[in-house]
Write a protein that binds this ligand. Structure first.
Ligand code: CP
Ligand code: NVA
Length: 308
């Protein structure tokens, strides 16, 4: 059966643990290599990934491309607007055509149902490179970063402060699978997706929802935030004012454990969701997190292609 990776649950906790372990090993094995050099075992030699973008991207685009290069394969980018998709060719036909031409597909789009439609009609793996609903690849990189910083996942206290968005949804999904707890501090009206809260709780995670940023941050091991205005939401009215008390600043970080780390999937908006002081502080792991997109996605690619 074709393995898709539209959400973390498609893989499950054991596979995610295996991806993280694989990422740690492969990252160590090529520590002093130039970034474009192929890993010694080149496990995806001869494989091609097609990447479809209906939204902007820096990290997802470059990290998937570099991941494929390092695994011995190649990637090609399809800017959806300049393909026939942009002229109305169906996702179903696009999926069937690409399945005859490439070995895997990554799609970044708005409506999650488009990624599901692609997966329903593709005979090769489809990977969610971000939708309005979720961002699973980001969270594999985030978990890898947390572990690299010496923190175990079971029992970890993760505080999300800001907008209850697609990235938070995938963190909640991970919490249920990997057994950590989430305290989400959001303004009223911007709480996390209730479906993902239920998924986390069903997996055994403790989820605390609060409209008080300090309460969310108290004794946290990890503080995470993201942009207050996600792609496609540019016209949200009144949102920035509601978000202002949810800025991650030095005073908020002081509520967390002294060795807490700060994560942000990037791109960041300094002075909005995070201050420059926190972003540039020793507690900030945001550039490790960004680099880890490559290492995490190599493992996602190996998993969907049946190598993990
Ligand atoms: N974090 C993330 O997905 O970044 P890009 O939008 O640059 O891909
Ligand atoms: N929540 C953000 C993440 C960007 C990587 C967005 O969807 O725009």
């Amino acid at each position: 059966m074709t393995r898709h990776f539209l959400d973390l649950s498609d893989a499950g906790g054991d596979a995610i643990a295996a991806m993280i372990a694989d990422a740690i090993d492969r990252k160590a094995a090529r520590a002093d290599y130039p970034k474009g050099r192929t890993d010694d075992d080149a496990p995806l030699a001869g494989h091609v990934l097609a990447m479809i973008f209906e939204k902007n991207s820096t990290r997802t685009r470059v990290s998937f491309d570099m991941a494929m290069r390092q695994l011995g394969g190649t990637a090609l980018v399809m800017d959806a607007a300049s393909t026939q998709l942009g002229r109305g060719e169906s996702i179903a036909d696009t999926a069937r055509v690409l399945s005859r031409m490439v070995d895997a597909i990554m799609i970044r789009t708005d409506d999650h149902s488009k990624a599901e439609e692609m997966a329903a009609h593709a005979s090769v793996p489809v990977i969610n490179g971000l939708t309005d609903r979720s961002h699973p690849c980001q969270i594999v990189a985030d978990l890898l970063t947390v572990i690299e910083h010496g923190k175990a996942l079971p029992g970890l206290e993760v505080a999300w402060v800001g907008d209850g968005n697609n990235v938070l949804s995938s963190i909640l999904e991970a919490a249920g699978l990997m057994k950590f707890n989430v305290r989400a501090g959001t303004p009223e009206g911007y709480e996390p997706d209730a479906e993902f809260v239920r998924i986390a709780q069903a997996g055994g995670a403790t989820v605390t929802l609060t409209n008080d940023a300090a309460e969310a941050a108290r004794n946290a091991d990890v503080i995470v935030t993201d942009t207050w205005v996600s792609m496609g939401q540019e016209h949200a009215v009144g949102k920035l004012a509601a978000m202002a008390p949810f800025q991650v600043n030095e005073a908020l970080m002081a509520h967390a454990k002294p060795d807490a780390i700060f994560l942000h999937c990037l791109p960041a908006h300094l002075g909005d969701e995070v201050t420059e002081g926190v972003f540039e502080s020793a507690q900030s792991a945001v550039f490790d997190e960004a680099e880890n997109r490559i290492h995490a996605q190599k493992s996602v690619l190996r998993w969907v292609l049946g190598q993990l």
